[in-house]
Design a protein around this ligand. Sequence first.
Ligand code: NAP
Length: 542
Amino acid sequence: MTLSSDGQTAAAADVDVIVIGAGFGGLTATYRMRERGLDVLSFERGLDVGGTWYWNRYPGARTDSEGSFYRLNLFDDIVEPFSFKEKFPAQPEVLAYLGRVADELDLRKHYRFGVSVDAVVYDESTGRWQVRTDDGQDYTAKYVVSAVGIQSEPLVPDLPGRENFGGRIYHTAKWPADPVDLDGCRIAVIGTGSSGIQIIPQAADVASKLYVLQRTPTYSVPMVNKELTEEEQRELIESLPEIRKAVRDHPFSMPYSFSGRSALDVTDEERDAIYGEGWAKGGFRFMIESFDDIGTTKEANDTVSEWLRAKIHSIVEDPVTAAKLTPNYPYTVKRPPSGVEFFESFNKDHVELIALRESPLVSFSEKGLVLEDRELEVDVVILATGFDFVTGSLYKLNVQGRGGLPLSERWADGLSNYLSVTLHGFPNFFVLGGPLYPGGNWPTVAEEVSTYIANVIAEGEKRSAQVIETKAEVEEAWVAHVNELASQSLMAQYGKDANAYGLGANIEGKLQSVFFYLGGAQVLFDQFDHEAASGYPGFEMS
Ligand code: NAP
């Protein structure tokens, strides 16, 4: 084994498996592959592990899933469970957690950091994947696992004049590791999704003037975060086995119970009280524990959407600003964020909301941003403009399957795969976080999918198979089920009104299709188990 000058192990040119990514998915996949005795080489474009948590270092960044289940069971099984200090851990804590995972499991030695994968091409003559990286190196591998992340290709607005702007521009998903001084600055934040609603209150605290440029209004519920006492941390660690069980069997992989109630079966007073209790509990508990049908039927959804709209008006003092902040599409059609004092920020005198549908953004100028009807003079522009969801980062890999078919062409007219992981025509290629994945708690999904991939590969190896490939008819049947569920969803019906990224609607020209599997994460995990129990009938292993 040789060491390169940066101390990393020099990579062999031919390996059993190449893993791309070092977030929750890439780390678990790397570990699982090694555990199965495979020779694994992993690439990560960041300079260290962390994935999302390596890049998204903006002020206020924290997970909106509780640390009690935003974690890896795999890791908890091997080393003493990590105690998060806050109920909803902030970015530095999650990054430290993933760093510890990498250290304790000795995963860094598999990685080439600061390296992007540019091409992943299947060579039918050898049955191996050819992988090219941006440093001009070529590798071959029997298997490739893409764990490049679902929200990792940042969207940057195509605004002219950027080069003339005399101030600083930051994207939340490419936030510098060095401290960024925003004190006393005039700041414009573009975007009010989950990242925007986290950074806006932080920016409001330090800016001399803050403009919030909003295209589509968002619903946001309070996160209700808190620091955990040592006793609470201890209790939480003790309850991890119970939490793990609940998470495994939950559609969103969260240990929250459904109420068994319909929003339409209670009186107006009872409903208001239940929403009020949910609001006080905060986070995803508001959505999951209030009523079972708010995410599925329009009539039930109307009750929660109306309640939340009224709530915005009760928090935001200026009625004109409140009206601009109020969404008109159904709650949950866009992924519901939870934040800290987001709506309250607009009660500060120096915070101004700009509704871009009324005053469209035209360009950068030397002094700031030009709207159709005025110029905003600012020192800093923060792009909280989100991502090219799922396919953005996958397409950058330039994957070509049998016959040189690019992945982007395979999905040009419709998303398709088997259990979100494999595709006919792309043998020995596995996607962790592909289209049609269940939108549940990410570490849980990443871990279950990694384990499934490792099991499929292990089975292929046991049978001395050179090729593991999803059967075309099995993929078709699965996708028919996925599409049937999607077609009945509120997202399919109303996602366009909301610019929902889950429908590809946030990007002009992107395929408009429900990007999620809506049957529930636990159903997908059951399918994984079913494949294993019945001898992997979904695959040709030859
Ligand atoms: P996002 O939800 O897609 O929000 C992007 C925002 O930027 C939207 O308000 C969007 O407006 C706006 N935007 C995009 N392009 C624009 C343009 N050209 N001009 C003006 N506005 C523009 O992205 P995000 O906030 O980064 O969050 C993405 C996902 O990452 C979340 O849904 C979540 O899954 C994850 N995330 C999680 C956390 C957490 O756990 N706490 C935190 C951050 C992110 P439109 O709505 O009109 O498109």
